[in-house]
Ligand binder design. Structure first.
Ligand SMILES: Cc1ncc(COP(=O)(O)O)c(C=O)c1O
Length: 378
């Protein structure tokens, strides 16, 4: 019996779009969503919530999210500071479009989620890629290089924490050190914290929460799309932690409440309000997968260096020691039939890396590593 007979192919994007291949690419999970979320969505349909979002649904969402931030991250955010957007990517696009100048310099630590570089370039901004520092399998921000990028005219830094694709989680000390650089140059930060719910050890510290200074120069975006696997519902949360950004956002009427999908708002409220237990169980399950993947790689693919992610369900694999050409991603797709994300999409320095999504059942994970090893004669 083949794996696909025993475990029928999944219907989500990362499998359905690549029939006959292993879906280890785009960042969605095979573990569904929290029962509390599913139940709320079913009830919402039954109750006729398929029109515009009424005020009470919207207000309930804001207070639930503010409670979540306080309870999970000890971040006290006034409901008044929270706005919604369709998703994190469109919020980022709005920030680049309306909060940076045409021709300005946007600093992006790499490896980076591809839209972080592509969106500013498309909107006529200059992107300064700053490779992260690496010590064995640990990555950190290169503060000297970030300073130099500001010195050369940088205005906005894109801070992805927890980090896709390396799984790095920055602690308070590192965030404070970064904030000194930002405030020295009077810079601003777009903090993408979409991966914050999936942290294995230690806890997520929101950048804007660490001091009055960070609060004053940061726009923070998050969403339940990764933690609760809800990217299709299109409901992201933006924290505007200073009055200047709040005023500008509202003057521009960015993402008015009526524009949000009501099911997105209801699903996100259920996730933040009632989804914690499921989330914690799922994070524990993902930690098992993370460890299994590390063991499988060590056994079957020695020479491929994995990160040990402290967050996310993504492993950043270093194929430089393999000496098999510059695009291991394409080779994995074509020869091993394992769909991964290709390093070249994460910045110019990362061609020989791939991003592997391990949010799948253990048996498929083993099969994926076996397929790679077999395809390459290991
Ligand atoms: C760092 C990061 N930001 C944003 C997104 C996309 O989030 P959304 O679907 O809310 O735009 C992803 C998806 O993988 C991501 O990894």
């Amino acid at each position: 019996m083949t794996i696909n007979e025993k475990f029928p192919p999944r219907k989500n994007f990362k499998w359905a779009n690549y029939p006959g291949k292993v879906g280890a690419g785009i960042a969605e999970s095979d573990f569904g969503t929290a029962p509390a979320v599913a139940q709320e969505l079913h009830s919402a349909i039954d109750d006729g919530y398929t029109g515009y979002t009424p005020d009470h649904v919207y207000r309930d969402h804001l207070s639930t999210y503010a409670d979540f931030l306080r309870g999970r991250y000890e971040w006290k955010v006034d409901e008044f500071a929270i706005r919604l957007a369709d998703d994190v990517q469109s919020a980022y696009e709005a920030v680049i479009r309306h909060f940076t100048r045409h021709g300005s310099y946007v600093i992006v630590p790499t490896p980076a989620y591809a839209p972080f570089t592509r969106i500013p370039e498309r909107l006529g901004r200059n992107v300064v890629e700053v490779p992260m520092l690496r010590r064995e399998s640990q990555y950190s921000l290169d503060l000297d290089a970030i300073s130099q990028a500001f010195e050369r005219g940088g205005e906005l830094l894109v801070l992805c924490n927890p980090h896709n694709p390396t799984g790095t989680v920055l602690g308070t000390d590192q965030l404070l050190a970064l904030s000194e650089v930002i405030s020295h140059y009077n810079g601003a930060v777009f903090a993408d914290e979409v991966w914050a719910p999936i942290v294995y050890s230690g806890k997520h510290v929101p950048y804007a929460s660490v001091s009055d200074t960070t609060e004053a120069h940061t726009i923070t975006a998050s969403s339940p799309s990764k933690g609760w696997n809800l990217s299709g519902l299109k409901c992201a949360q933006i924290v505007l932690s200073n009055p200047r950004d709040q005023k500008r956002w509202d003057d521009l009427a960015l993402f008015p409440p009526s524009a949000n999908s009501i099911l997105g708002v209801i699903g996100a409220t259920a996730a933040y309000g009632s989804g914690a237990e499921w989330l914690d169980d799922t994070v524990a399950r993902l930690a098992v997968n993370r460890n299994l993947l590390a063991r499988l790689l060590e056994d079957r693919l020695p020479g491929v260096w994995p990160t040990t992610p402290s967050a996310t369900y993504l492993a950043w694999l270093d194929f430089t020691g393999w000496g098999r050409g510059s695009s291991p991603g394409a080779a994995l797709d074509e020869r091993a039939k394992v769909i991964v994300n290709h390093g070249e999409d994460y910045g110019v320095d990362w061609r020989e890396f791939v991003r592997f999504n391990y949010a799948m059942c253990e048996i498929r994970l083993s099969q994926a590593v076996d397929s790679i090893a077999t395809a390459f004669g290991r």
